[in-house]
Design a protein around this ligand. Structure first.
Ligand code: UGB
Length: 597
């Protein structure tokens, strides 16, 4: 036991030990040798304990108490939704390109000067099985732009458009990392000059893992081979609120006049197409909380936005996580659980975890809670007696559970967007994606990339371009729609109005075509593309493109994810481009140019 070791501890360490002993953690110091033996290990152990204590709101004592309560509830089989009845909530539904959509989109762009962005990127992406960090993964392989570059260029485009010639605002970006992602995220940003952001605009906040629990009494679990180390696991994306609060950055933003905080995830290549209009909705409806949603397929691995009404009269609109929705529905008068209704979709909109919070009320709430988010525990029991676990567990929390502590008066809403426009995450590896039930989205690198081409094609079609219809092809066992490979820089196509102002006359793009627009002031007029066209131009180069592009283009070739001779980033897509021929032009000087193909 601790014995004489105790006297060698600092007063703070002694205090922490007392708290731990009062909370049933004697086993942590069992078999400790006398002072003089293993002293370095003991010091490291206390360093870890101190870190675990200071990174959790309320410290280890709160963590253990919360764990005891949640483990007892779990053992008793207590339903976390006890007393609540689910029903389908009503929210704002947007249709891309119609009058109200355009109004919201333009309003949202102006609002963006008062926005700050928060990207949660602490997840390792175990389901995807990609060896790099997800932010470094190319969103599409036509230009090879990785997710974080795509995000940052979108923020820069918003920054420029919302400043409207006035002295430019600098939109801040926080990235939440973890031990799994921190170093590589920083390196990616630094080696790419922050993709154009000022380094001072970016803040990395690293989340700490939490202690694992070995039994229902919430005894902290030690590493099997090392009695001086506590096992730890990630606590979930909900940590972002406590981290933002304790960093003090929210106050800085508030004092600088900011009004909105936009949270988003690591691999959704479509997301920023939906941001301006959703922000416009937040402003028009004065929502304290606005969650972005898309129509959800039953059993899809995204949470369902649900109205929960308690028998005591309380009511809230909240995400019910995908693994909880089915049991909740079955227990409350929906005998078939999570199933599609006559529309072919679940009646509960799917949460895409893009949250827009109004900063003032957010700070007020966090001042009360410290950013602590309702947690849950998901132990894997050895048997039905639920007395022991197969392996250690830990408490977890989710960022979308933030509204659970809000007062009834809070304005909590959601905005449903079309899936093709707003949501195409990359989460599943090829093998798992191929097993997704037919008709449900794959959420793979294959579907994520194809969704970008589809969205851009549909948008150009709506802007009046004749874009060829897609064909269905199979890559890595997944049936996807293949459209012409159209990409553009966020600065070129920030909103539908801006896109429409850049295409005119009779334009057409054939199915076998690739079109990459890499400059903000590229105007397309009476252009037909049948092949590959890549136009790169600096901001001050105004380029008018017309005529007919006809070449052998970039051929889409199938590859197998098991083919080790191909690079991993291509294997996980199941295809690559054979770049046979293209028209590629680059304008590096300011001026007016005409490209007649
Ligand atoms: N993340 C962290 O930053 N830290 C962590 O400890 C864990 C994750 P996943 P999940 O819209 O697509 C969420 O694993 O949790 C980051 C919603 O809960 O990709 O299964 C991580 O880096 C669900 O309701 O997703 O499901 C990533 O950026 C639904 O909305 C993000 O958190 C679903 O996402 C999400 O982590 C979705």
């Amino acid at each position: 036991s601790l014995g004489d070791n105790f006297n060698l501890l600092s007063p703070q360490q002694q205090e922490l030990v007392k708290v731990l002993l009062d909370n049933g953690q004697e086993h942590l110091f069992r078999d400790w040798p006398a002072p003089g033996v293993d002293d370095n290990h003991k010091k490291a152990f206390f360093d870890q304990l101190t870190r675990l204590d200071s990174s959790y709101p309320g410290g280890l004592e709160s963590y253990i108490k919360n764990a005891k309560r949640l483990l007892a509830d779990s053992k008793a089989g207590r339903n976390p939704f006890d007393g609540f009845t689910p029903s389908v909530p009503t929210g704002e539904t947007l249709a891309f390109g119609d009058e109200s959509y355009i109004k919201f989109e333009e309003a949202g762009v102006l609002e963006a000067r008062k926005a700050a962005f928060v990207l949660v990127a602490g997840g390792l992406g175990e389901r995807l099985g990609y060896s790099g960090i997800k932010l470094a993964l190319p969103a599409e392989s036509t230009t090879g732009t990785c997710f974080v570059q795509q995000y940052i260029e979108s923020i820069l485009a918003l920054q420029e458009a919302s400043s409207q010639g006035e002295s430019q605002t600098q939109i801040p970006l926080v990235i939440m990392t973890s031990d799994d992602t921190h170093g590589r995220t920083l390196e990616l940003l630094e080696s790419n000059s922050y993709f154009g952001l000022q380094p001072t605009q970016v803040t990395l906040l690293k989340q700490e893992k939490v202690a694992c629990l070995e039994d229902n009494d919430a005894r902290l679990a030690l590493e099997p081979q090392n009695k001086y180390k506590i096992q730890t696991k990630p606590h979930g994306h909900g940590d972002v609120h406590a981290l933002l609060f304790s960093s003090g950055i929210l106050k800085v933003w508030y004092e600088a006049g900011l009004k909105w905080v936009l949270f988003f995830q690591d691999t959704n290549g479509l997301l920023f197409k939906a941001i301006p209009s959703a922000l416009g909705v937040s402003a028009a409806k004065q929502y304290h909380v606005n969650s972005l949603a898309v129509p959800r397929k039953a059993k899809e691995a995204i949470g369902g936005i649900t109205r929960l009404t308690h028998s005591d009269g309380r009511s809230m609109v909240i995400n019910v996580e995908y693994n909880q929705l089915d049991p909740l529905l079955r227990a409350s008068g929906y005998p078939n659980g999570d199933v599609n209704c006559e529309t072919g979709y679940s009646p509960f909109p799917g949460n895409i975890n893009q949250l827009i919070l109004e900063l003032g009320p957010y700070i007020e709430e966090l001042s009360k809670t410290g950013g602590a988010i309702q947690e849950f525990v998901n132990p894997k029991y050895k048997d039905a007696s639920k007395t022991s676990f197969k392996s250690s567990t830990r408490l977890e929390c989710m960022m979308q559970d933030y509204p659970k502590t809000l007062a009834l008066s809070a304005r909590v809403g959601f905005t449903v967007m079309e899936t093709w426009l707003a949501y195409a995450p990359v989460k599943n590896n090829a093998e798992d994606a191929a097993k997704v039930p037919k008709g449900n989205p794959y959420h793979s690198a294959t579907s994520g990339e194809m969704a970008i081409y589809r969205a851009n094609s549909i948008i150009l079609k709506k802007a009046g371009v004749q874009v060829a219809d897609p064909v269905v092809q199979v890559f890595n066992g997944q049936e996807v729609e293949v459209w012409p490979r159209i990409t553009w820089k966020p600065k070129w196509g920030l909103t539908f109005n801006r896109i429409k102002s850049k295409v005119s006359g009779n334009c057409s793009i054939s199915l076998r075509s690739t079109l990459a627009i890499k400059g903000p002031n590229i105007f397309i007029e009476n252009l037909s593309v049948d092949g590959a066209l890549i136009i790169d131009a600096v901001d001050d180069a105004e380029v008018n493109v017309s005529g007919s592009v006809q070449n052998d283009g970039w051929i889409l070739e199938t590859i197998d994810y098991k083919d080790a001779s191909e690079p991993e980033v291509l294997r996980i897509r199941g295809f690559k481009f054979n770049k046979i021929e293209q028209l590629e032009t680059k304008y590096s000087e300011p001026g007016k140019f005409h490209l007649k193909a």
